[in-house]
Structures are given as C-alpha cells and as structure tokens.
Design a protein around this ligand. Structure first.
Ligand SMILES: NC(=O)c1ccc[n+]([C@@H]2O[C@H](COP(=O)([O-])OP(=O)(O)OC[C@H]3O[C@@H](n4cnc5c(N)ncnc54)[C@H](O)[C@@H]3O)[C@@H](O)[C@H]2O)c1
Ligand SMILES: O=CCc1c[nH]cn1
Length: 485
C-alpha cells in the first residue's frame, strides 16, 4: 500500500489522529495554485484538555525509562523520516511553497538530524558528583515535565523536530502547536514518533491560532514554552510564561548584518549573500538582509549578484529544477510588497526585481536595493521575503558599529580573507549565530539562537539540553548533624 502523506485529521493526541469539527476551520492554501489543499480545525477547549491530560499522564513513565531507551525511539523515528524523505518533502513543499529542490535537503532531513543527534545524546545525559570533604553533593538532571512548542510557518517540519527531539530526549512530553499557516507537517512528525515507539501522549499536535497557543501556555500543567515566531509574539508569549515562572526558549526574528570586505573572495561573498537572502524565497529568520559592502568591491559585487540572479528559476516548486518558490501566502506577499514600495519611496536604488510575477501563485522576484542607508525602513525592519539591501562602508570600526546598531541580534556574517579581522568581527558582533566566509548553515551540532530582541536560549547542540532539563542538587551528609540547640 502506498504511504499516505496527507495527515488523517487535524490533531494528533495520545497516539492517534483526532478530529473535532466544532473548532474554527483553518484553510490550507497552496501558495502556487492559490487553492485550498486541506482543511484543519482549531483545537476546541476539549481538544486542548485531551492533549495536555495525555501529555501529563504519559510523561512520568517516559522520564522513568533510561535515556538509552528513549534515544532508541528518537533514532528509529529519524530512520523512518529518512526513508520517507521524498514524500515528507513534497508535503513540506505543498504546505510552504518552498522548492522541492530545497525541501529534499533541508527540512525532513534536518528533522531527522535532530532526532538522531538528541537520540544519541539521551543515554549520555547525566548529573555530577561534587566531593565536599567526607560529605558530597550529587546532581540529578531531571525533565521539566510537559513542554509546549509553538511554531512559525517557514520551517514546519524542522521546527517541530528541533523542539521535540531535545524535549523528548530529556524525558519531557510535548504538546506542539504548528503555525496556522502551515499546519500539516508537524502531524507527520507526531505520527512517525509514535510509529517509532514513542508512548501515546509523549508528542501531541494541536492546531490553532494565537488563542490556542495562549490557552496551552497558561495551563498550570505546563512547565516550559518554546516559541519560534516574531518579536511581537515573543514579547506576549514571554510575558505570559513569566506569570507562571515557566521556562522559555524564544527563537525570534532578526535583521542580520552580512559584512563583505574588499579582500573577500567575490564568488563566495555573492554566494553567501544569495544563501542569506533568497533561500526559501527569503523567509529564513537568520537572513543577512543588511549586506554591508566595502566601497572597493561594491560595483563588482552588484554586477556579479545581478548576473547570478539570472539563474533563478521560478515555477512549480514540485519541479526539481525550480530553485525559487512563491511566498507562503497572500498576506506575506502584501507585507513584502509594502516594504519594497517603502524602499523606493525613501530613496533606495532598485537594482533588480521588485515585481510580483504575472502568473498564479504568490511569486515575487528576488529584489536587490543599493545605496541603502541605515535609517531606511528596509534597513531597520524584518521583511521576511526576498529583499536584499546593500549598504556601503569604509572601514572595520565603522561597519561593526553600524552592524550592531539594531535591537535584533539573531545572526551576523563576515566575508574576508584576513583571518584576524574575521575573528575580531565575530567577537564584536552582537548576535547569537555568526558566520565566517559562509552564511545560514544550521547544523544540529551547533547552538542556534539569538541575542537582544531575537531571543532567549539556544536550540540544537548540547546547549539545548540545559533548556529542557533542570538540575536537582542532593546534599549527602556522611557525618553527625551539628545543630546549635
Ligand atoms: N529565531 C528562529 O529560529 C526563527 C525561526 C523561524 C522563524 N522565526 C521568526 O518567525 C517569524 C515568522 O513566523 P510567523 O509569522 O509564523 O510568526 P508569528 O509570531 O506570527 O507566529 C508564531 C506562532 O505564534 C503563535 N501565536 C501568535 N500569538 C500567540 C499568542 N498570543 N500566544 C501563543 N502563541 C501565539 C502563532 O499562532 C504561530 O504559531 C519571523 O519573525 C521569523 O524571523 C524565527
Ligand atoms: O528560519 C530559521 C531557522 C533556520 C535557519 N537556517 C535553517 N533554518
């Protein structure tokens, strides 16, 4: 029987698909055909209760298993995902509009990497022993309990796994709410985890908008919330979590600088700027959208960038030769077009692009602005679309100050052949994720996350373990107790 890729119902709770059509309908619109391809229903209070109760019930026994046993489940899920990579990539492409050429290598595979990595780590999670004379302290690394994950729409499979894998490895249960824009892929992550042996209730998915997210994170059974989303949503979710003194991870937006010095390899620098602005049609949180180019290399950079943009192939994202897809929906297209109009109005020079394609789908041409100044709207606000701004600079001290002159701090990159300068620049960047002579890679082995308004905590790497577990300290006395009376 062919593997069924379309999820069977709106929610996945307690090891099974669950439907409740009393919830608000959420239409899933294909960004290419602009037609409805699926419909799910937002979680009702009854669905939210089922998910939280099931997670709470399941978590204690899951945490009592050995890390090696838990890890085995995660690694099995990783294998299943790799076996079904093609079908899962098609689903991701349908959900987001990203080209299959991309989703085949960056989405389900990234989810599999996370499950494999944290599955491998699970058996090695430990506390420590501290000798204090004859007495000693030992620490127990314990799960937090029920964790809520809330996702953005640009990487629905990856986000579901980047949150789920470390949470489950540490012995937590998760209730995950995907973005209402891309609700399908997380359901497959839940289904596959269950198939791999995750007990019922350990990873649940419920659909809905902000209200459902809010209901989840205010429930007293919830110990932690991990959000991937915009800064305004992050402010609200962080404040709500603070009421209950809950643990948080905040993976938020950015307006990251990419600095290209005169001595950089031109071809690599242009490649980095392309990866940092046009992958996923520009809908990547860490994009280096403020491209600071030193004056001596600026003309050559702009010329080569315009040449290489000739190789953009737009079209049906399921065609594997297509390398540039539409934006995710009409609303995002409208927002990005608004920024382009603002760039022109404020005096930036449009080098190429800027137009919606005359075809069905939310296709927008890759857009490059030059002569952008620091105070322009397109240089200050996160656009989250295929819009690259080139800003000129003279020297290292000046460009570092300008690169950091933002409230965001997600990522930053530098292209130069001067190694000393490269390391000075990254030491000076106020950003959580930095790149030297490349851009936008996010391997599971490396911490990923932001500083300043771009976030709190880190995903991926051993660092994530500290955000999904806490240490219990146990003092053991080997001597008589001395009390004052
Ligand atoms: N730092 C990262 O790792 C990272 C990764 C991907 C995307 N992002 C950011 O995400 C943004 C784009 O995604 P988006 O438009 O889906 O973001 P968004 O902030 O609009 O929504 C994110 C999620 O939060 C939920 N939500 C909204 N209000 C809520 C509330 N009051 N309580 C609980 N949940 C609520 C939404 O339903 C959605 O699931 C961009 O800013 C991008 O930079 C960050
Ligand atoms: O969208 C942000 C997360 C990311 C960055 N690179 C790959 N995934």
């Amino acid at each position: 029987m062919a593997y069924e890729i379309q999820p069977k119902a709106s929610h996945f709770i307690d090891g099974a698909y669950v439907e409740d059509t009393a919830g608000t309908p959420i239409r899933v619109i294909c960004p290419v055909s602009e037609e409805e391809i699926a419909r799910v229903y937002a979680a009702t209070p009854a669905i939210i209760e089922q998910a939280l109760a099931s997670a709470k019930r399941a978590q204690v026994a899951w945490a009592a298993m050995t890390g090696t046993e838990r890890g085995r489940v995660l690694r099995r899920a990783a294998d299943i995902i790799r076996d079904r990579n093609y079908d899962l990539s098609v689903l991701e492409t349908n959900d987001t509009g990203k080209p299959l050429q991309e989703t085949l290598v960056a989405d389900a595979t990234s989810a599999a990497d996370a499950l494999e990595y944290f599955g491998g780590l699970a058996g090695a999670l430990t506390g420590e022993h501290v000798q204090l004379g004859e007495d000693f302290v030992y620490t127990r690394r314990e799960a937090l309990g029920v964790c809520v994950g809330i996702g953005a729409w640009n990487y629905p499979t990856q986000i579901a796994a980047w949150k789920g894998a470390p949470a489950l490895a540490c012995g937590n249960a998760m209730v995950f709410k995907p973005s209402e824009t891309t609700p399908l892929c997380a359901l497959k992550v839940a289904e596959i985890l269950h198939e791999a042996g995750a007990p019922a209730g350990i990873y649940n998915v419920v659909q809905g908008m902000g209200e459902v997210g809010h209901a989840l994170i205010t429930d007293p059974r919830v110990a932690k919330v991990s959000l991937t989303g915009s800064v305004p949503t992050g402010r609200k979710v962080y404040a709500t979590a603070a009421e209950g003194i809950r643990h948080v991870t905040m993976e938020l937006g950015g307006k990251s600088p990419l600095v290209i010095f005169d001595d950089a390899d031109l071809e690599d620098a242009v490649g980095g700027a392309i990866l940092g602005n046009f992958y996923s049609s520009g809908q990547v949180c860490s994009n280096g959208t403020r491209v600071f180019v030193q004056k001596g290399i600026k003309d050559a950079f702009l010329k080569r960038l315009a040449d290489r943009l000739q190789d953009v192939k737009m079209g049906d994202p399921l065609d594997e030769s297509v390398n540039f897809g539409p934006l995710v929906n009409a609303k995002q297209l409208d927002i990005v077009q608004g920024f382009i109009a603002k760039g022109i109005e404020e005096g930036a020079r449009l080098v190429c692009g800027g137009e919606r394609e005359k075809r069905a789908g939310y296709f927008l041409q890759p857009t490059v602005f030059a002569d952008v100044s620091d105070d322009m709207t397109i240089a200050r606000d996160e656009i989250f679309g295929p819009v690259l701004s080139v800003l000129d600079f003279e020297d290292e001290v000046e460009v570092l100050a300008r690169a950091n002159n933002t409230d965001f701090g997600l990522a930053a990159g530098v292209f130069t052949n001067d190694l000393g300068r490269a390391h000075r620049m990254v030491a000076g960047f106020e950003a959580g994720t930095c790149y030297i002579n490349t851009y936008n890679l996010a391997p599971v082995e490396a911490p990923f996350g932001g500083s300043k308004l771009s976030g709190v905590g880190r995903e991926n790497s051993k660092n994530a373990v500290d955000h999904y577990s806490e240490m219990k300290s146990v003092y053991v006395s080997m001597t008589a107790v001395e009390a004052p009376f």
